[in-house]
Every structure is written in C-alpha cells, then in structure tokens.
Design a protein around this ligand. Sequence first.
Ligand code: TYD
Ligand code: MG
Length: 461
Amino acid sequence: MAKIKTLYFCQNCGAQSAKWIGRCPSCGEWNTYVEEVVEKTVPDTAANAWKASSSVGGTSKAARPKPLGEIIFEEESRLNTHDDELNRVLGGGLVPGSLVLIGGEPGIGKSTLMLQIAMQLNGLRVLYVSGEESEQQIKMRAERLGRQQPGLYILTETNTQNIFRQIDQLQPNVVVVDSIQTLHSTLVESGAGSVSQVRECTAELLKYAKDTGVPVLLIGHITKDGSIAGPKILEHMVDTVLQFEGDRHLTYRILRTVKNRFGSTSELGIYEMQGAGLRQVSNPSEILLSQRSEILSGLAIGATLEGNRPLLVEVQALVTPATYGTPQRSATGFDGKRLQMLLAVLEKRSGLRLGQHDVFLNIAGGLRLEDPALDLAVCAAVVSSLNDVPIRGEICLAAEVGLSGEIRAVSRLDQRLGEAEKLGFAEMYISQFNAKGLDLARYGIRVHPAGRLDEVLTGLF
Ligand code: TYD
Ligand code: MG
C-alpha cells in the first residue's frame, strides 16, 4: 500500500515545504503555497516512469566516464526542421535528445507553429500529442495549413504512462506535446497543471528524450506577467526555452530564445500569421520599416541588432505641448527609463525645452528592443517631432548616447552597415570610435562619424 504524503508547493517558483507558509522564502511571493498530494509507489522511479510502461530494456544502464577525446560529436546530427526561423533560434536545428519548451500566451499561435513544423518533417515519423484539442480540431487546423505529411500521427491523451505506451509502439523520430499543463502522471496524485505534476511530467519527458535521443517539443502556457506557468524549475529542466510573442492585434509573431544549451540566446525568428498558417519572414527590415509615401517628422531609422541579425527599425516619436501639469512620457517597445534619460540628455546637453512637452515613443512593428544602439535614433526622432522637421528617408543611425551627450560605439557595426546598404540607405550616423579601424570605403554608404550629440543634430536638421 502506497503511503500518502502531502507537501506544500509554491505555485510561483516551485519551492516546497512540509507545512504551509505565507511568504515563499525562495521567491518572496505571498500566498502561493498550495498543498499537493505526492504519492510515490516506489521511491526514485518517478523519472523512470516512461520505462515502467515500456517493454524496451537496457537503455538506462549505468553510465561510465569516458575520455573527452573519445566522445564523437557530429554537427550534422542536428535535425533540420525545414523552417529557417526555427532552425535559427534553435542554434542550427533540433538537437537529438533535446527537450525544447515553447512558451507563449494563449492564442498567439503555439499549436499552429508546432503542427506546421510537424507537417514539414517529411520522411520522419512525428507524434503530435494533444491534451488541448480533439482529433477533429487538429485535422481542421491541418486542412487549413494545407500540407500533407503521411508520417504525422495525432494522439489525444493526457496521461503520460499511456503516452509512453503509444510512443513505444510507434517509435517516432520527433514528439510534440501540447501542452505540459494538460499532462498528468499517475505517479503523482495532484491535478494536471499543478507544480508537482508539471515537474513530474517534464522529468519523464526529459528522461525519455535523453534515453532515446528523440527530440521532444513541449508547449507551455505563459501567465500574464510573462513567466511560464508552473514552476520556474521547468525552465531549468529543459534544454531550450523559446518564447513565442507578439501583439495579438498585429500579424507579426516573434520567436525568441530565452535559454539554449546548444546555441546563442539572443536569436530571433519572425513570422507572419496568415490565413493558412505562419509564414517565415526572412527579411524583417522590410516589414519593420512601415510603408511611407511621404517623409513625416518624428520618424528616424535605427540600425539595431537582435542576436546575429541586423534589423532596421523605424522609431516613431510624438512630442506635443503638455496639457496637464506633469508632462507624460510613454514608450512602446523601448525602455521607458532609458527614454527619460535620453530626454534629460537632450534637455541638458542640447538645450532643448522638453520639460513642457508630452513625449510618446513607439517602435514600429510591435517589437520590443533593448539594443543601446537605438539611442541615437530615439533622440533624432524626438528632435524631429519637436521641431516638426522630417529626417531624410535615406538616413539611418546606430550609436549609443552617453549621459554627457557623447556618442558611443556599438557592437558589430559592419553587420549594421551591410544591412543598411542592402536596404538602400545612403547615409549612416555612427560614433567616431566605431569609425576607427573600419574600412569605410568598403561600403556603398556615406558614414558620418560623430563624437557629440550636437554634431549629429546639426548634421540632420
Ligand atoms: P493557436 O495555435 O491555437 O494558439 P495557441 O496554441 O498559442 O493558443 O492559434 C490561434 C490563433 O491563430 C487563432 O486566433 C487563429 C489564428 N490562425 C490563423 O490566423 N491562421 C491559421 O492558419 C491558423 C491555423 C490559426
Ligand atoms: Mg494551443
């Protein structure tokens, strides 16, 4: 007879305690402890659950140390997902035996993306496990995507033991699970979506992936504050965490790497949600630069870098006389504090009277950017709107602005210059420190090196 044991789990960070506590000592949140029944038939078998239900043996034989030199590593062993954006964020394809978590708000398109990827893996056996939708609903979505994949199998099941039984029979090459919050394991008593279930089910999937070398793509929901629902521990357990985000009112979706054991974490994939699924956007700068028929004031183009990918984005500013006592400052897609700082620099170092003006800033295309190289474009957009003087369309900017109004160098300027040139820009304002050691003649673009903010503003207006 199994012993029933209960523990209290913090629903925010997954910390556990033998008794209820009001404030989590680990993450500091209040009232997050919930009692959950943890019943284990045999201790230590939790992570072995997939084996318990399967007839394959011998896979979990004890590991032995091996000299590093003897370990064979093949770069080509990564699986091509036939989706350039996904391949990029994964660091060059799907690594065998990896557990990838795809997080995102409800309705953003996680299921669509995963089904689409599953349908592109021609020649492979793919198992799509869904605890969220019925077979008919998935079929309907697949019809909409309009592709054929004879090797794609759909399983609507939420019990992990049953799932592993089916996996054992089907022997798929790739497994997709939609979503971790709907799964439950018989080894844990608490309800699906609870901290202990999420943790247990992830542990079982992880063990399965590592033992068999089959990559598992796991969908996870995100709470309002942007963290993946369920314990933080989930993020630590998986190999890669991808975040699917975007404004639901806009059609663009961004796939961002939050964590990656096999690649860089600053990669970005861009999709467009269309009637027939998600379309890869291979040249994002074109969509980010909004279609302009005439040149308006308050717009400046910044050459930014997301991961290894140069992007030219339109920074839009609106500066109007304040109607109420305290002027408003509002930024969308850009750090509000940084905007305040840049406004203070403009006020103090360039003598602009912004104290009586409301300032609104927006990055076109619904992107959220943190690259300091956008500073100069932000300043230029603000000044352009304040004076109502447009900036010529063929100009772009890439430099950080320091507190004393100095123009600072940015990383990988050559890539930014290359992208700007490709998109037909004729001039670029950069820091004089970046200009040193750079063969400017190589680029078909006129470069204006500057040391102070004033020099840029005089050049522009
Ligand atoms: P879905 O993948 O169900 O989101 P999630 O799994 O993240 O909750 O995506 C739902 C949205 O996508 C829904 O509003 C309809 C839209 N959609 C399209 O615009 N085109 C399509 O081809 C598909 C399949 C969905
Ligand atoms: Mg879904």
